[in-house]
Design a binder for this molecule. Sequence first.
Ligand SMILES: *[C@@H]1O[C@H](CO)[C@@H](O)[C@H](O)[C@H]1NC(C)=O
Ligand SMILES: *[C@@H]1O[C@H](CO)[C@@H](O)[C@H](O)[C@H]1NC(C)=O
Ligand SMILES: *[C@@H]1O[C@H](CO)[C@@H](O)[C@H](O)[C@H]1NC(C)=O
Ligand SMILES: *[C@@H]1O[C@H](CO)[C@@H](O)[C@H](O)[C@H]1NC(C)=O
Length: 243
Amino acid sequence: MPLVGNLHLLFLLFLFLNHGLAAGSTFNIVSLGAKADGMTDASPAFQEAWANACGSSEPATIYVPNGAFYVHSGNFTGPCKNNAITVLINGTLMASSNIQVLAQSQAWIAFRHINGLSIYGGVIDGQGMGLWNCKHSGQSCPDGATSLEIFDSQNVNVNGLSSVNSQMFNIVVYGCQNVQIQGVNVSSASDSPNTDGIHVQQSLNVNISNSNIGTGDDCISIGPGTTNLWMENINCGPGHGIR
Ligand SMILES: *[C@@H]1O[C@H](CO)[C@@H](O)[C@H](O)[C@H]1NC(C)=O
Ligand SMILES: *[C@@H]1O[C@H](CO)[C@@H](O)[C@H](O)[C@H]1NC(C)=O
Ligand SMILES: *[C@@H]1O[C@H](CO)[C@@H](O)[C@H](O)[C@H]1NC(C)=O
Ligand SMILES: *[C@@H]1O[C@H](CO)[C@@H](O)[C@H](O)[C@H]1NC(C)=O
């Protein structure tokens, strides 16, 4: 029932609209210069919002309004001064369709070394088709980037997020403890190479529930060092299953 995720998002939007700054500080990326034109790089605004949220001594929210935002890359690194950062995405974040842009990067959007992070709603679009075509054609191509990486972090919630057309893995949870992923939709073409839905590795207490995953590789892949991984109500397909 991904509906749960959506209701949660609506509830948060309701809280946000009604109480604004009541739950700590909010940093709207548009107020910081991002443009919802799908072309202008919103990374600097996003990075500034992150610096503010992470540096805040009280709970903080980064808000991405409705619309399409081109994001070259996001490197959101802690440790932070508070343990309640929310990233509330109402719109779509789009990667570059140029396969060289993220050629040397492991991840397009990465959250690292954070205790207390919630990501709600929105779409992240890795625009991976160009890279998939390159790989299909047998030319030499970059490996491609993971769309969303959560690394060395604790107490993380991902709720109501959609990941589409990742270059490589969609979502990676690596070196984390206490991670809840629910109401997430993953969609990459059934013949897209290496586009695992959710990859979990070196992590403890991860709960993935109520999610739809359709992809060209594993729906959920479990790497070494994973303990106490709970999966519930996962709709997998197309894909290579859960393994
Ligand atoms: C969120 O996006 C929807 C359209 O998808 C729009 O109707 C709504 O006003 C947006 N809410 C906020 C708080 O921006
Ligand atoms: C990300 O930011 C951190 C801290 O600002 C920095 O140490 C690290 O090198 C950056 N990583 C990438 C891949 O840019
Ligand atoms: C996920 O897909 C289901 C079925 O298509 C849809 O009802 C739900 O709203 C989607 N959730 C998100 C977060 O996009
Ligand atoms: C996993 O999360 C779902 C949805 O929040 C919840 O219903 C379920 O009880 C959780 N399972 C565990 C083992 O925590």
